[in-house]
Write a protein that binds this ligand. Sequence first.
Ligand code: PXP
Length: 238
Amino acid sequence: MELSVNIDHIATLREARREDFPDPIYAAIEAEMGGADGITVHLRGDRRHIKERDLELLRQIIKTELTLEMAATQSMANIAVRVKPHCVTLVPESPGEVTTQGGLNLLGVKEDLKLYISNLKENGIMLGIFVDPDVEQVKEAARIGAQYVEINTTEYSKLDLKNVKNGIIQIARVAKAAKRENIAVHAGHDLGYRNIQALLSVTEISVFSIGFAIVARAVFVGFRQATNEMVSIIKGVK
Ligand code: PXP
């Protein structure tokens, strides 16, 4: 199991003062030194945190895999094809939302999304879709050509202790469905140091995408250590 660290909120801090620091590039290097297997950024339409400059520099500088989260628009596809991150995760995006609200709804999806996806794949980009924990969404993601799904863990992360088991059963069912469709399974959103452990039992998950909790912990212990603490949990290092 691998960890891709989402560094959007380093850029959020930078933009809070319209400064040129803290620099997300620096955070990415610290995350790699802490053992991260990848770096994720969400280039939003409103550019509220990550900018194209960040994406371009990350592509040149980091040694691990770069994942770009983005809305399925033509202008974002143009950027992805130019910068060529290793992976693109398609997410829904609405103006003004505090964070991504749920997975992309693929039911009744138009065939032009299929074309959109094949264009990115032809450019050597690994294509994934952020989906809610729902078997039908996973089947549809596979049908339109996704190579992985990222299962939305928001609902899981809000469960109280006595319901966590049911949440895990649901995610495991969806992860198994993805495997049957021959696509890889990532998971993310709202994961943190106190709710990741139980998810490790879903062995189909190959990558966790985690941002806010690591950035928040980094305020107290530094970005490298905050990353390393999460890596230690995920990789089972005592
Ligand atoms: N996965 C997706 C698709 C996201 O949109 C985000 C937030 O940008 C994350 C994972 C990371 O979520 P969090 O910051 O809550 O760890």
